[in-house]
Design a protein around this ligand. Structure first.
Ligand SMILES: [Mg+2]
Length: 283
């Protein structure tokens, strides 16, 4: 359906209340850098009025849900903490599936969002501090998780790698190897994960987009079947691919980083200029 007209006829998708959940990417979709995308807050309100629950669905594992809500509110959105779904929370869930023991030590590198998600899931989350890799807890840790952490050191990665080697796997909240910036890129969380994967030969359990497990986590958390959700995003290779891999209807917005989909790119079900075009009666 790629290349369909820009209008997103509300009656087409809402007939019979077919959708219950909207998985919304943030940067490039609802905001761009520090600027809100025009019409995006009104779009979120239209979703609510249509009986569709908005979910702020982000690969950013550094921010806590409270911080995401604060950022959304600063830009004029209404949002609540339970509407935020982060790849850090999905990582904590992935650890829970493999380490059912409450209170188990989980080593991580990453930000406050990952630490809080692990703690809320009942784990004793400890930042891998490579100043002393002979700390007793390093030998006791039952899992390791890697989120983006610009202050990470060789010693921190040594701790995480050794734990990953011992347990055979680690959670990676975001597989992007590069983060675009104005004059090029910065290495992303995927690049840090590649270091740990190379050093440990451990299985990499990706918990962010485009891995379908992130969508599956959200559907399960909100209790919505796959055909009642849609995903909106500006990145063909994360947002749209995530939707395609699990069969969730996908909407690509031109307001962010990706150009038009080409042959070989993940193909969205619908393309619009921005979320401002979505769910309008008379767009
Ligand atoms: Mg984006």
């Amino acid at each position: 359906m790629a290349g369909q007209p820009l209008q997103f006829d509300m009656s087409t998708l809402c007939k019979g209340g077919s959708f219950e959940l909207a998985l919304l990417d943030l940067d490039g979709t609802l905001w761009r850098g520090s600027d809100v995308i025009e019409g995006a807050p009104e779009f979120v309100e239209r979703l609510r009025h249509s009986g569709i629950r908005p979910v702020f669905f982000t690969n950013n594992s550094s921010r806590t849900p409270e911080a995401v809500v604060a950022a959304l509110q600063r830009m004029g959105f209404t949002a609540s903490v339970d509407e935020v779904c982060t790849s850090a929370q999905a990582a904590a869930d992935a650890v829970s599936q493999r380490v059912p023991q409450s209170g188990a030590i989980v080593a991580y590198v990453g930000g406050e969002g990952l630490r809080e998600a692990l703690r809320k899931a009942g784990f004793d989350a400890r930042r891998a501090d490579g100043k002393d890799i002979r700390e007793p807890w390093v030998k006791l840790a039952q899992a390791a998780a890697v989120g983006l952490d610009p202050s990470v050191t060789y010693g921190d990665l040594a701790v995480v790698s050794r734990i990953a080697y011992r347990v055979g796997w680690f959670a990676l909240t975001n597989p992007d190897v590069r983060l675009p910036v104005e004059d090029g890129f910065m290495p992303g969380n995927g690049a840090i994960g590649a270091f740990v994967a190379a050093a440990s030969s451990a299985e990499v359990v990706v918990t962010g987009k485009p891995d379908p497990s992130f969508v599956r986590y959200a559907l399960s958390r909100y209790g919505v079947p796959v055909d009642r959700a849609f995903i909106v995003g500006d990145n063909l290779h994360t947002d749209i691919l995530a939707g395609n891999q699990i069969g969730v209807y996908s909407v690509f917005v031109r307001s962010g980083i990706s150009g038009e989909p080409k042959d070989g790119d993940p193909q969205p079900d619908l393309i619009v200029d921005s979320v401002a075009n979505l769910f309008r009666q008379n767009a």
